[in-house]
Write a protein that binds this ligand. Structure first.
Ligand code: CO
Length: 510
């Protein structure tokens, strides 16, 4: 076991002393204590470092999204992913930090606040009071805006993949309302919660994202938006630059994708959707997803309109077995597209009779980082496992998105093998195999680390990692700043806020 806050270096996989076979060292009550309602909205509270110092050259805002309300009128959500979205922001300036948090005023949140009870079903199995009879054939979607948050032009977008984004004020976090992005989206149109930011492979940086309309055939709408104003062309940040639609056979469940300079890479998992239990009020829509025995996963490679293969048809290639929510990165090597993803052996789901707070981690498949090399000339795919340690929420230096990268950072379990809650942050050297771990164990639980490059630095791993950590001892959240090269602790901010285990976030440079 690693003591909290120390850095552990492993020359290669399995060479560490982290106790591969040791029993998990965490207390489930500490992990589960993060599942709670947030009862306050802070407006720019100054937070100082409890340990270390906030770097003076760290200037910008960290935005985080995640469920902030998990219970109403005594009724708990069935899965935390059904909780109402709440944004936390930490603005860094001159070695100081200011903390703010605010619920997104979605239609559903406002109606339920007023009623004081649950009025909607959730996609992940949360039901209205009254059993199946009260839930059957209620197919209204509650856009809970809880998955990701990104800056686009003068707005902050709170994302939830099944419908359009909510637009927020980037400073005050006030909800402006549903956004159709200047008429780009139709009312209720799906808009992914996983945009990818092209750092400028074809000139100016872009936000590349998609929406999926699924059914017996599925249509992917691939969109690219300007992220900076260009006075030379009159293009404004937030403006749609390209837009294409491609249809594919079969039901599609696509949470994330990856980009290279020329391709948008999708992995269609071999799963089926049987909507009957959802229609009958017995299950949430996402609980009706199931691995398709004998099914064939597919890579769908769509040429980007900004790239060398603009206008060409997509490439469809058989993909290895397994289930993927998140990708790390993708890049091109002549005729090969390489994509790195976190694979599960099966689709992890929480059944209708299980309580998410008492799930048995040992019974769920762990996420493992794998690299697939897709040969575009002969359609062959080769797969290599990059690590045996359970991981999620991986990223590369955002300035190198879509290019070969030497370093990756991710949230991992404390144990070297097996499935456990995420308690450590790992830096993986993809070239040498060296691992550096910062651990919050035994009482801390990490969320997605956000890598912030040091401004002006050309060194790939130079910068910081920002991570919200659930501190089980304090029953509140800490913001931990690590040196992204050494993984040494730079500062720990003990936030006057208890943020439930969250989803995704992003950094907006000042
Ligand atoms: Co995600």
């Amino acid at each position: 076991m690693t003591a909290a806050g120390t850095v552990q270096v492993e020359p290669t996989e399995g060479a560490g002393a982290a106790g591969a076979a040791a029993a998990p060292a965490y207390d489930r009550a500490d992990w589960a204590s993060a599942f709670r309602n947030v009862g306050v909205e802070l407006e720019g509270v100054v937070v100082t470092a409890a340990r270390g110092e906030i770097p003076a050259d760290l200037e910008g805002t960290l935005y985080r999204n995640g469920p902030g309300r998990l219970e109403r009128g005594g009724l708990w959500v069935h899965h935390p992913f059904d909780g109402d979205g709440m944004i936390t922001s930490l603005r860094f300036e001159g070695g100081q930090a200011q903390l703010r948090n605010r619920f997104i005023r979605t239609e559903g949140w406002q109606a339920e606040e007023q009623a004081g009870k649950v009025l909607y079903r959730g996609v992940f199995g949360s039901q209205k009071p009254g059993g199946p009879l009260a839930n059957a054939f209620d197919l209204r979607l509650k856009n809970i805006a809880n998955t990701h948050v990104v800056r686009l032009g003068d707005q902050l977008l709170a994302l939830w993949e099944a419908a359009e984004p909510h637009s927020l004020d980037p400073d005050t976090l006030e909800t402006r309302g549903l956004s159709r992005l200047d008429g780009v989206l139709q009312p209720g149109e799906a808009f992914s919660a996983h945009p990818r930011f092209d750092p400028g492979h074809h000139g100016a940086p872009r936000m590349v994202t998609f929406g999926v309309k699924t059914g017996p055939r599925s249509t992917i709408r691939l969109m690219e938006f300007a992220v900076v104003d260009d006075p030379a062309t009159g293009v404004k940040a937030g403006q749609l630059l390209s837009d294409r639609r491609d249809s594919f056979g079969g039901f599609a469940f696509l949470h994330d994708f990856a980009i290279t300079p020329n391709w948008a890479v999708f992995l269609q998992n071999a799963i089926a959707f049987n909507p009957l239990p959802y229609l009958l009020g017995r299950k949430g829509a996402a609980q009706c997803l199931q691995s398709q025995p004998g099914g064939q996963a597919k890579f769908w490679l769509i040429p980007r309109d900004s790239g060398a293969f603009a206008g060409q048809a997509p490439r469809i290639i058989d993909a290895p077995d397994g289930f993927v929510f998140h990708h790390l990165n993708a890049w091109e090597e002549s005729e090969t597209v390489v994509v790195e993803s976190i694979y599960y052996s099966d689709f992890p789901s929480i059944g209708p009779d299980e309580d998410f707070r008492s799930i048995d981690f040992d019974l769920l498949p762990e996420g493992l980082l794998e690299q697939c090399r897709i040969n575009l000339s002969d359609g062959s795919v080769s797969t290599t496992r990059l690590s045996e340690r359970c991981c999620e929420f991986a990223m590369v230096n955002p300035e190198r998105e879509g290019l070969p990268c030497r370093y990756a950072w991710m949230a991992v379990a404390e144990r070297e093998t097996g499935n456990d809650p995420l308690q450590a942050i790992k830096k993986l050297d993809l070239l040498s195999g060296e691992r550096r771990l910062w651990s919050a164990s035994p009482r801390g639980f990490v969320s997605e680390p956000v890598m912030v490059p040091r401004p002006g630095s050309a060194q790939e791993d130079d910068g910081w990692l920002l991570c919200v950590v659930w501190n089980g001892a304090r029953c509140a959240s800490d913001l931990v700043i690590l040196d992204s090269a050494t993984m040494e602790e730079v500062a720990v901010l003990e936030l006057p806020l208890a943020i439930p285990h969250g989803l995704h976030g992003s950094w907006a440079q000042a």
